[in-house]
Ligand binder design. Structure first.
Ligand code: HSE
Length: 301
């Protein structure tokens, strides 16, 4: 028995929602081929698209860990699998690369085991993959990669995940500059304490973004795509950050911020045509200082 599963990249944080907001895009993404085998144990037989950088050791691989934790939970540790991982997305890009692998792995395993768990119930195992990859079991990449659409993590303990509707003309432009930022490092530089006034500003934007998506109100979405807590610390990790953000707005974006822990940036726009223009403007801005980048445009639903 064998299955092929694709899990998409994701934009986590979405400006104001550090560790609590994320949405899935159509591509890029990861593909896993999983096959049951007679003997116990997970064997990673092949990883492509990673330039040989990802560990074949199951205990260090996000997909391997996620499947192991899942099998332990359902009491089927003796079930063996051969796993092939095909990465069609950059590592360390801020697009949820480790999350997509974990999600594809655990989803594939659940299908082959006859679906004992629901899709929602698979989330904690994919989160364990994240813990291995970057030291924290955040769900704002695995959540949307697994469930699709725009996700709110209202609570981590207990886990309370909400999927909300998004306006039909909302598009994301993503630019991935060819520099690397490690999520663990990008979390390490964050301020551990914030002031009351900063908290109030951020809460206003969080509420505004959710309301803007649901109403829908594109202008409100744009006004709310502001992050006064995380972005100021992380912007220094991305050369040209302010200029690329400004270029996105000039090209018509509603707003722009860092995708996950960076270095990718995302912008939201009304309509695909503007989103394409915005993506090109962001790419051109990076090119001005000699930084190559890839762009992706996707609807946000
Ligand atoms: N919320 C996480 C962070 C996402 O910003 O560190 C990492 O991709």
């Amino acid at each position: 028995e064998r299955i092929r599963v694709y899990a998409p990249a994701t934009v986590a944080n979405v400006a104001c929602g550090f560790d609590i907001f994320g949405f899935a895009v159509n591509r890029p993404g990861d593909e896993i081929v999983l096959e049951k085998k007679e003997e116990a144990g997970i064997r990673i037989i092949e990883i492509t698209g990673d330039d040989g950088r990802l560990p074949l050791d199951v205990a260090k691989n996000t997909a391997g860990i996620a499947i192991q934790k899942y099998l332990a939970h359902i009491g089927q540790e003796d079930q063996g699998f051969n796993l092939s991982l095909h990465k069609d997305m950059p590592l360390g890009s801020g697009l949820g690369s480790s999350a997509a692998s974990a999600v594809a792995g655990v989803f594939a395993a659940n299908e082959l085991m006859g679906k004992p768990l629901t899709q929602q119930e698979l989330l904690p195992f994919a989160m364990e993959g994240e813990r291995v990859a970057c030291g924290s079991a955040h769900a704002d990449n695995v959540g949307p990669s697994l469930l699709g659409g725009f996700i709110i993590i209202r609570s981590y303990q207990p886990l309370d995940i909400i999927q909300i509707a998004t306006p039909k003309d909302l598009y994301a432009s993503i630019v991935h500059p060819h520099i690397e930022v490690n999520t663990k490092d990008a979390r390490g530089i964050l301020d551990k304490e914030i002031s009351l006034s900063t908290t109030i500003t951020q809460m206003g934007n969080v509420a505004g973004l959710v309301a803007g998506l649901l109403l829908p109100d594109y202008e409100l979405i744009g006004r709310s795509l502001v992050d006064v807590i995380i972005e100021p610390s992380r912007a220094i990790l991305i050369p040209q950050f302010a200029e690329v953000k400004a270029a996105a707005k000039v090209a018509g974006a509603l707003g722009c911020s860092i995708s996950g822990s960076g270095p990718s940036l995302f912008a939201l726009s009304k309509g695909e045509e503007i989103a394409n223009k915005v993506a090109n403007a962001m790419k051109n801005q990076f090119a001005l200082v000699g930084i190559d980048s890839d762009i992706f445009v996707s609807s946000v639903n």
